[in-house]
Write a protein that binds this ligand. Sequence first.
Ligand SMILES: [Zn+2]
Length: 262
Amino acid sequence: MKRLRTEALVLRTLDFGESDRIVHLLTRNGGRMVAIAKGAKRSVKRFPGALDLFNFLRIEAVQPRNASMARLEGATLLSSFGALRCDTRRYAMGCYLLELFNRLAPEGGAWADSRALFDFAREALGWVELRQPDPRMRVLLELRTLDALGLCPELRNCVRCGSPLKADTPVVQFQVAEGGPHCGACSAKNDAGLSVHLGTLRTLEQSLRLDLPRLDRLGLSGRSLDQAAVLVSRFERFHVGLELRSAAFLHRVLHPDVSTAA
Ligand SMILES: [Zn+2]
C-alpha cells in the first residue's frame, strides 16, 4: 500500500452510492489520480468543504496494491478560486481547462513534470480569475496548456524535413496529424493541410515564451486569431480524441452572437 501526501487540484467529482464521492485530482507529486472519498457526503471532519471543482487541497491518500482507485483519507482546503464560480465566462473557461487536464494529464510520471504541470494549472486558473476570458485568451491558454502537458505542436520548423520555415512561403500547410507545418518544398509533394500564415505561427511561438499576464500585450486578432483558433482546436481535438463536454458551453459564452458551436 502506497501512502501519498501532496497538494491537489479538484478536476471532477461524482457522487457514488449514498455517501461516497469519486474525485478526479491533479496532484503535485503524482500527476492525475482518481480517488474515492468514503463517506464524503457525511464527514465534514475529514473533507471540510473541500471536494468541489477548482479547489486546491492538501490531501492524504492511500493506493492499495492491485486497486485501480486510490482512497482519499483526508483533504484540507488551501484555496478555492471563488471568482471562477461567480462569473459565467470564467466558469466556462475554468471548466474547460479542468477537463483538458483530466483528459490529457498523465497518471504518475516524473516528479519534476508533475510539479511543473501542477504549478501551471494553478497559475492558469489564477489568470482566468483575474481576467475576463475572450476568444483570444482561450486560444493562448489552450496552447499553453498543451505545452504544459508536453503536447505542443511544432511551430518553427517543417515537421517533414526539419527545415526552418522561411518568409518566402508566407502561407504554410499545417498537418494536424503530424503535429506541425510543412515547408514550401514538402507542401508541393504532399496533400494540403490547414493553410496558416507564417505570422500566425510566429505569434503563437512567441506566446509560449511569455509569462501568462504578459500575453495581454501580444497582438493576435482578426484573421490571425481565426487561424490560430482553428489550428489549436483541431490539434487539441486530435489528441483528446473526442469533443470535450465543456466545449460547446465555452463556445456559447465566448460567442453569444453565434447560435451554433464551432
Ligand atoms: Zn520540409
